[in-house]
Structure formats: C-alpha cells, structure tokens
Design a protein around this ligand. Structure first.
Ligand SMILES: Cc1cc2nc3c(=O)[nH]c(=O)nc-3n(C[C@H](O)[C@H](O)[C@H](O)COP(=O)(O)O)c2cc1C
Length: 310
C-alpha cells in the first residue's frame, strides 16, 4: 500500500491514531497504542494542566515511542494544557473544537506537529489556512460529540481530500481492516479510531459493564442524545431517554453535558443508567482484545483485502 506521509510526520510505523476519549484515553492506553506502532493519544478533557503532566509522565514511563495529547480549544485553560504538553517534550498535539489559529504558531514554535479535528469541508479549508500539519475529518458515525451537519465519513473524506494539500486522517466508523482500506481508498492517509480501542484489554479506565455493553450492541444500538444542544453519540438505553427528556425540557448544552458527564467513562457502571459513549462501529465488536492484536489485524488484513481486490 502507498506509504502515508503521516508515518514520517509523526514518527510512527502504522498510520493508526488512538482517538482522545475524555476520561478514558489515559497514559497507559496511549502507550499501548504507540508500542503497537500506532500513535497513542492522551485525552486532556478530564485533567488539569498538572494532572495532564502526571499522565504524560505515566505514558513516558511505559513507552519511548511518540504519543500525542488531545486538547479541546473551548477549554478556558487550553493554553495551560498546551504549555504542559510542550514542557513534557511531546511532539504532537491534536486540537478539537474552536479554531486552532490562536495556538498553531506557538505550538509550531515549540516544535510540535498540529492536527485538528473537523466535521465539514468549510472548517477543513479554514483549518488548513491556519497552518496545521494534518486534518482529522470525523464523520457522524463516531462516538462522542456529534456535529450539527451529521456528515458521514464515507462522504466527508473525499470532499475534504479534494480541497486540501496536507494529509487527511479519517475518523468515525472504522472498525477493522476493511474500514481502514476503505478510508485509504477515499484518500485518507490514516485513521483515528476510538470505539474499537474501548474494547481493548489495555483500556482500564472503563469497567466490565461498559465493555459488555459494547459487545452486546448491534448496528442500531447508538443514537445522538441531546441533538441541537450538544449532540453526543451513545448507547440508546434508559439514561439516553432521560437526556432526551431533559433536552426537550429546554436544558442548555452545558447543563446536558454536565448531566451526561456524571454517568460517563468510569461512572458508566449500570447498563441501563449509564452514558455509554461509543460509535456505530460498536456493532462489530465481538470480544475484548489486546491493542497489538487490534492494530496487527487492521494492518495485515488491509494488505490481504487489497490483494483480493487486485
Ligand atoms: C467515549 C469517547 C469519548 C470521546 N471523547 C473525545 C474527546 O474528549 N475529544 C475529542 O476530540 N474526541 C473525542 N472522541 C472522539 C474520538 O477521539 C475519535 O475521533 C472517534 O472515537 C472516532 O470514531 P469511532 O468512535 O467510530 O472510532 C470520543 C470518542 C469516544 C468513543
């Protein structure tokens, strides 16, 4: 398969990125993905700058390979988080939400590679102009915050690839070698994956109930809760209905997020009454596997699927 510019840019073997998952993607999971040849990512969402530094230390104690940190630019302390990342010598920052314009220059001066997450073509064009090194284009199939436009990965990627010169990473709905190969065929130079790494042995921040819910879920098990205020894709259960009810009563996006956050990640312990955030690809999860097996199957499987196509 054609070599991806991402591998040399990020210093990795396989262009497979662990998506930052707030309260879940910690130093251990990031290190496991990097050790397996991908790019691990620590999600800063639930950390202060000091806590983030400690988590980076943990990751660095487990691997010498590069990993990234994901930072939401809507955080009032985004600057402190970015400073923490640079102070710890990490070379890649994945920014999400808001505009990276304000921080891109400082990050690049600090020697970092910057990737930003977008969900539509016009944002992709603006972000490329802001000077980021790569774009992560995320379709609505993904777990986590859903974009208003709800554009699918399959349609978004080729449209973004057509308007930018920098590498594009596909996110949302990639569950195995077939999804990876399809993303590469659409023009993406790599993939960012969240949901399938939730179902890994090394994902220790969530409990067995969460993993069992992922295995049991089928293709139609997820929905977008709180659409229009703060849409979040998660499993449709009794808690999902409660969020929908609160949204119908006119609760703000901030209030809804706070409500959902109280039952997310490690707090999602009850199959009916938890926020099991995940993407549609959860329907493909059959078992809990080591990270290295998940990555190896994607890489090797894509090569054999390509041979078969030829
Ligand atoms: C549980 C969960 C939490 C997430 N939290 C964040 C986050 O804090 N910041 C962010 O930019 N993306 C977040 N995402 C999106 C992931 O980084 C990634 O782009 C996405 O999971 C890819 O789609 P997939 O779930 O279909 O693999 C989250 C996804 C999941 C499943």
């Amino acid at each position: 398969m054609k070599e991806s510019r991402l591998c040399s840019m990020l210093g990795i073997e396989h262009p497979i990125i662990l998506g930052g998952m707030g309260g879940i993607s910690d130093g251990s999971l990031a290190a496991a993905v990097s050790e397996a040849g991908g790019l691990g990512t620590i999600a800063s969402m639930s950390y202060t700058a000091e806590e983030l530094k400690a988590e980076i230390d943990k990751g660095q104690s487990l691997t010498d390979k590069p990993f990234a940190v994901n930072v939401s630019l809507l955080r009032p302390d985004a600057g402190d988080l970015i400073e923490a990342v640079l102070e710890k010598g990490l070379k890649t920052v994945i920014t999400a939400a808001g505009s990276p314009k304000k921080f891109t220059a400082a990050l690049k001066d600090g020697g970092a590679t910057v990737m930003h997450v977008v969900a539509n073509v016009s944002m992709a064009m603006k972000i490329a102009e802001a000077g980021v090194d790569a774009i992560i284009a995320e379709g609505t199939e993904s777990g986590g915050v859903a974009s208003r436009e709800e554009i699918t990965t399959f349609t978004l990627i080729p449209q973004v690839v057509d308007v930018v010169d920098i590498p594009v990473v596909a996110a949302g709905g990639i569950g195995d070698a077939r999804g990876y190969l399809a993303a590469r065929a659409l023009g993406a130079e790599g993939v960012q994956v969240g949901t399938i790494f939730l179902a890994s042995k090394e994902c220790q921040t969530i409990g067995d109930v969460y993993k069992h819910v992922l295995i049991e879920a089928d293709d139609a098990a997820t929905g977008i809760a709180g659409r229009g205020a703060i849409g979040l894709r998660m499993i449709k259960n009794a808690f999902f209905d409660e969020v929908e009810k609160a949204a119908a009563e006119g609760k703000s996006g901030g209030e809804l997020f706070q409500f959902m956050e109280s039952k997310m990640g490690a707090a999602a312990k009850d199959a009916d009454n938890g926020a099991f955030v995940c993407g549609q690809v959860t329907g493909m999860i059959r078992e809990i596997r080591p990270v290295k097996d998940i990555i190896r199957d994607i890489v090797d499987g894509a090569e054999s699927a390509l041979k078969e196509l030829n």
